[in-house]
Design a protein around this ligand. Sequence first.
Ligand SMILES: [Zn+2]
Length: 222
Amino acid sequence: MKQLADGVFQLGGFPPNAINAYLIDDILIDASTRFATRRILRELQGHDLAAHALTHAHPDHQGASHAVCERYGVPFWVGEADAAAAENPDLIGARQPDHFLAQFFAKTMTGPAHHVDRTLREGDEVGSFKVLDTPGHSAGHVAFWRESDGVLVLGDVLNNMDVLTAIPGLTEPKGFLTPDPEENRRSAKKLGALEPKLVLFGHGAPLRDTKKFADFVAGLPD
Ligand SMILES: [Zn+2]
């Protein structure tokens, strides 16, 4: 695990930065695919865990969620409009665009269902962070924002890596994995206006270049 800010850690992944999970305070944010379950549990060894939260209920973010919550006996927190999908993973595929890759990922990577103990909405506190509603990539997508030092965990509102080629760089999430790209773009604009100092992505390396982030968002079509 690598420390990125006060109380903020990135779990090790393979390949590095491809599918990210973070520990903020004592809360695990996202849990990769079900194939990463053993690695996630190993990474968490020696750390206290108080809860597990998702940015969104997609197969590459909730894969190990059930295993983590069971192992640590911690509550599961999910954005309000994604809670049903986290509790019934059949909905994850059903809510994805009807594209063969989206359906293939849903079929192969999705982890088991797990009961949601708390639904998250705008303004809720998650450790030292506040929840921001950022729908579009999924209906209940949320981001986590800490204004005091400008740290933003934004899930898949934007990617800092092409998820198919692994080529680094800021990009919108793939259209075939995003049910409502226009709404997602509105969410991206909301986050760009925050001018974060450190941006943590679901896919891609952490970004500490506020101007690069704000300029990219400003350049997105309205
Ligand atoms: Zn993702």
